[in-house]
Ligand binder design. Structure first.
Ligand code: ZN
Length: 160
């Protein structure tokens, strides 16, 4: 490994229960959803949800238990607006989200392991989730999110 490649601290492995969703940043959910619904046969689990805290609109698409979220900026100061600007206006992979049992506890463990959080306290995500983003410098350059989801299959199987 070269000296310019930072070694991510082993912080996520103890808390990540599994992949919760993959998020794709898109300029327009309505323009993008056909690829997932028609070409891939995925099903929207609900309508488009406005997530005020993140200044985004979110559409959740399911294929069995696999989940993709299309994320569209809701304002010009949305983090997704900046992402799309840097990508020349094209849709692209925005982040991977890992399910955790308790997001506040996960933040503390990740920080204690030496990783850098973007969010040092839980924030409200879509569909009743609590989320926090880990800084990509601690995750090999890919933005990663921690998600506590009281409605996930995993949480329901555990009797929450
Ligand atoms: Zn997400």
């Amino acid at each position: 490994m070269s000296e310019t490649t930072p070694t991510p601290p082993p912080a996520l492995r103890p808390v990540a229960l599994g992949l919760h969703h993959v998020a794709i940043a898109v300029p327009s959910i309505e323009a993008a959803r056909g690829v997932y619904e028609k070409a891939l046969g995925m099903t929207a689990s609900a309508g488009v949800e406005h997530v005020a805290d993140q200044r985004v609109e979110v559409l959740v698409l399911m294929a069995g238990t696999q989940r993709i979220e299309l994320v569209e900026p809701a304002s010009e100061d949305s983090p997704i607006s900046k992402f799309l600007e840097r990508a020349g206006g094209r849709a692209g992979l925005h982040h991977l989200a890992w399910e955790v049992a308790d997001v506040a506890e996960a933040i503390a463990l990740v920080r204690a392991a030496g990783a850098t959080m973007i969010d040092e306290a839980p924030r409200p995500g879509s569909h009743g989730t609590s989320i926090a983003f880990v800084h990509p410098k601690s995750t090999g350059g890919v933005l990663m999110e921690l998600v506590e989801d009281p409605h996930s299959a995993r949480a329901e199987a555990a009797g929450h």
